[in-house]
Ligand binder design. Structure first.
Ligand SMILES: *Cc1c(COP(=O)(O)O)cnc(C)c1O
Length: 346
């Protein structure tokens, strides 16, 4: 493990395997029936930022855990859904750095003993790496910030030094990880990894708690990576996310005063599907088509919906002749946890 290194604005601990590859996405475009429109798709493989800790959350954790170590924290406290990729990444990084972790996970079932619910996907991995997994109800989850403060007080009373990370790692500090990711993409454009050495017209990615979108938008304008960002909501409406993203952008700019205005950001909620964590039949079919046609494996909770949003923009003609970057944010453990549902679409 390399020691924390400082970067402007926030201390940072290197955790991700970066730069992640950028690959041509022509086969994925063909797989969804959009060939012949001149859409130049590239895929940024942030599903490859690591092993078990892979996905977009580790980029935010580089900043958040950097801050935690700076404050000499001993325990990371966070929250998420029962199949939270963020909780799994946080728990894994904690174990990697010799820290403890407490994760509050929202369950829809009756059972609140984490050892008694089926140990699949992210939940299994959280337990595997030794997180203190505490299940909470949907109603309790609404008070998640207060609950996490309570856990922090409980830990502090026992002599630990807790560091609370909000849902999805989505605050100003966390989002700076995606500003750094855009610096990385800029270097890849300059090296010729993205076809013509010019900015993308649009970046498309899944949006669940807003931190990725905020960082991408700030970094895209700062490093001239893309003219526009289209976060695809996986739950909630566009308006809600616009407010969240604006708040995180403000926090990020307070944390790093060198940041300018974010790139124009248009949240699209037309492919949010039936509800958080549940994909429509069409979305599941698309995930299977893209896996079979391009070997690009998406998940039903985030990246499948985001790619469905990209395909919809393509059908509308909004991407004709455009250079598009799809940010693959990870989610494989969530896919595996849903394999029984997905198998019906095979
Ligand atoms: C958390 C997550 C997202 C959404 O990122 P936010 O920053 O929370 O909006 C997208 N894809 C995957 C796989 C995720 O785990």
């Amino acid at each position: 493990m390399s020691p924390p290194v400082s970067s402007p604005g926030a201390p940072r601990v290197r955790l991700a395997h970066a730069p992640t590859p950028i690959e041509p996405g022509a086969r994925a475009i063909d797989a969804v029936g959009l060939g012949g429109r001149g859409i130049q798709l590239f895929v940024k493989r942030d599903d490859m930022t690591g092993g078990v800790e892979a996905g977009n959350k580790i980029r935010k954790l580089e900043m958040l855990v950097g801050d935690a170590l700076d404050k000499r924290a001993t325990t990371l406290v966070t929250c998420g859904g029962i199949q939270s990729n963020h909780a799994r990444a946080t728990a894994t990084v904690a174990a990697r750095l010799g820290l403890r972790s407490v994760v509050l996970l929202r369950t829809t079932g009756e059972e609140l003993d984490a050892t008694k619910v089926p140990p699949t996907g992210n939940l299994f991995l959280c337990r595997m790496v030794g997180a203190d997994v505490r299940l909470i109800t949907v109603a309790q989850y609404r008070e998640r910030n207060a609950l996490m403060r309570g856990v922090a007080s409980e830990l502090a009373a026992k002599g630990e030094r807790p560091y609370v990370i909000p849902e999805g790692g989505s605050n100003g500090i966390g989002s700076l990880g995606y500003v750094e990711a855009m610096r990385e993409v800029r270097a890849q454009i300059d090296e010729g990894a993205c076809g013509e050495k010019k900015p993308f017209d649009v970046i498309v990615h899944a949006c669940g708690s807003g931190g990725t979108a905020a960082g991408v938008a700030l970094g895209a304008s700062r490093f001239d990576v893309a003219r526009e960002v289209r976060p695809m909501a996986v739950c909630d409406d566009a308006r809600t996310f616009e407010e969240i993203i604006a708040r995180v952008v403000t926090e990020a700019r307070a944390a790093d005063a060198t940041l300018g205005e974010p790139a124009p950001t248009i949240v699209d909620d037309r492919e949010k599907g039936p509800m958080y964590g549940v994909a429509s039949d069409e979305q599941r079919a698309l995930v299977v088509k893209v896996a079979r046609g391009a070997g690009l494996v998406l998940d039903p909770v985030y990246t499948g919906k985001a790619f469905a949003g990209l395909a919809r923009l393509g059908r509308d003609g909004a991407l004709d002749g455009k250079r598009v970057l799809f940010l693959h944010t990870g989610g494989l453990p969530g896919l595996l946890a849903e394999s029984a549902t997905l198998a019906a679409s095979l």
